[in-house]
Design a protein around this ligand. Structure first.
Ligand SMILES: [Zn+2]
Length: 126
């Protein structure tokens, strides 16, 4: 008896959610090398902006080749204010979360998005 469609292979931009949220995020924002739960290091594969304004960072483990993803929470009021303040000063805003090296926000679909965390931080001026 047929069960219909064969099971779908997982989409290649999905990974296993990483545990240890806040600590990992801090390390990620600081540009530190992240350790894989498998003991290797995590190599950045790509960054995916989510529909709700948050982001997902996809990594591949150097040892197991398993893929992991880190969910980056959407912008807080404080984050947005920091971006707005930069705009008010007439500067091209940087991501309020990454410090070293600073990451300039890019325009995408009417939003200001950080290319390193995929998070939307507000709207471009003009
Ligand atoms: Zn960022």
């Amino acid at each position: 008896m047929s069960t219909g469609w064969p099971p779908r292979a997982p989409a290649d931009d999905r990974g296993i959610p990483l545990e240890g949220g806040k600590t990992l995020l801090k390390q990620y924002y600081a540009g530190a090398r992240l350790e894989s739960p498998q003991g290797g290091t995590l190599h950045l594969l790509r960054i995916r902006p989510e529909e709700d304004g948050s982001g997902t960072v996809l990594f591949e483990c150097s040892v197991s080749s398993l893929r992991y993803e880190l969910h980056v929470p959407k912008a807080t009021r404080n984050d947005k204010k920091k971006v707005k303040d930069q705009q008010d000063e007439g500067r091209d805003p940087y991501c309020p979360r990454h410090c070293e090296p600073p990451e300039k926000l890019t325009r995408s679909g009417g939003h200001l998005v950080c290319a390193l965390c995929g998070v939307r931080f507000g709207k471009p001026l003009g």
